[in-house]
Design a protein around this ligand. Structure first.
Ligand code: GRF
Length: 194
């Protein structure tokens, strides 16, 4: 498995993948890390780990079609056969999506289909869970499609909402579980491919 990781933020999910590769828990290589945010934690983590990085955004490529082509070219050149979007805030272009159809997975910090969709990222997701009075939340790994958070589900993990919970406490408690199901999913696909 050679994985292209797309990330916009801190990159803790990327770090979980890198750590799992290093420890031997995951038989895979991260071939490239692409971010729309050149100053993201994900980019820093990738550079520290000696992984190739690429900044691709509407700034580097104002034309959407060219951005899509540049992304697909970079992923193909890095010889990656899987894409993981881990806190990636942009939609993938149609060429990249169709070339990696069924080989692009996303992690979302809720029990989809609840609390997904446009604008549902970071603490907004957890605040939405609290506002709805949900007694449990969780994280979902799913295949990526053209919409936000709607692709076929692969794996979920649940977490009870505790009394006095805040959006931040939910985010903090959920994060290790997100990392766990992401690694489990990648390991499952890695084994399936032999
Ligand atoms: C995670 O909560 C992930 O589920 C969501 O965005 C966040 C990214 O966190 N899609 P990080 O950048 O991997 O730390």
């Amino acid at each position: 498995m050679r994985i292209a990781v797309l990330a916009s933020h801190q990159g803790t999910n990327l770090q979980a993948i890198l750590d799992a590769v290093r420890s031997g828990q995951l038989d895979a290589t991260v071939g490239i890390v692409i971010s729309n945010n050149s100053r993201s934690g994900a980019m820093k983590r990738a550079k520290t780990a000696g992984i190739a990085t690429l900044h691709l955004s509407s700034v580097t490529h104002p034309d959407e079609q060219e951005l899509d082509d540049a992304m697909l070219d970079a992923i193909m050149e890095s010889k990656c056969d899987w894409i993981v979007t881990a806190g990636y805030m942009k939609k993938l272009g149609p060429n990249t999506l169709s070339r990696f159809n069924g080989r692009t997975i996303n992690i979302h910090p809720s029990l989809l289909p609840r609390h997904g969709g446009h604008g549902m990222f970071g603490l907004a997701v957890h605040q939405s869970v609290l506002n709805a009075g949900d007694t449990e939340t969780g994280a979902t790994v799913h295949f990526l499609d053209q919409q936000y958070d709607t692709g076929a589900m692969i794996r979920q993990v649940k977490l009870p909402v505790q009394p006095g919970e805040t959006a931040q406490s939910l985010a903090d408690r959920l994060r290790p579980l997100e990392h766990q199901i992401l690694i489990e999913t990648l390991a499952q696909f890695g084994r399936a491919e032999g």
